[in-house]
Design a protein around this ligand. Structure first.
Ligand code: ADP
Length: 164
């Protein structure tokens, strides 16, 4: 596991994960950045799929981006913590990891799912993300995972937690 700061559309990896919404029709934040950089092919592929439930993931072409695919997952909206948010966030990470494995990818980059507009507390989200990836890699050590932090706050949280 590795932590980097920056824009996920510019990393080097077999695939990147998008923090999408359940319509898959695009949005702001990292979703907007990926669609802007990847071009209309990604949106066309998303429309064909038709949607994705919270905690699930789907894969599309990466369009103009130099990846083998973009994995779109839908993290939960934070509603105070008693609506299964933690389980759904773990599920979003796990569903993405499973697709990467299925496709035989060797490296995968995650954004900090749900910690933007969806309002998930960043510390708790990082803890869940790291734990879920760590557990997965224990049984599947073949995948290299990168956490791409766009904001300084997440970057500091991840750096601190990964060092432990
Ligand atoms: P969500 O709706 O899941 O909260 P957002 O896109 O609003 O999704 O935010 C998720 C995380 O993505 C936030 O931590 C935000 O800082 C980060 N982010 C925004 N733009 C980018 C980008 N280009 N690359 C990587 N992360 C990004």
């Amino acid at each position: 596991m590795e932590v980097i700061k920056g824009d996920i559309t510019r990393v080097e990896a077999d695939a990147i994960v998008n923090a999408a919404n359940s319509s898959l029709l695009g949005g702001g934040g990292v979703d907007g950045a990926i669609h802007r950089a990847g071009g209309p092919q990604i949106l066309a592929a998303c429309k064909k799929i038709g949607g994705c439930e919270t905690g699930q993931a789907v894969i599309t072409t990466a369009g103009n981006l130099p990846f083998k695919g973009v994995i779109h997952t839908v993290g939960p909206v934070w509603r105070g913590g008693n609506s299964g948010e933690s389980e759904l966030l773990a599920s979003a990470y796990l569903a993405s990891l499973r697709i990467a494995k299925e496709k035989g990818f060797q490296s995968l980059a995650f954004p900090n799912i749900s910690t933007g507009v969806y309002g998930f507390p960043k510390e708790l989200a990082a803890k869940i993300a790291i734990q879920t990836v760590q557990d997965f890699l224990r049984s599947d050590p073949g995948l290299s995972v990168m956490f791409v932090c766009f904001d300084e706050e997440n970057f500091l949280i991840y750096k601190e937690m990964i060092q432990r």
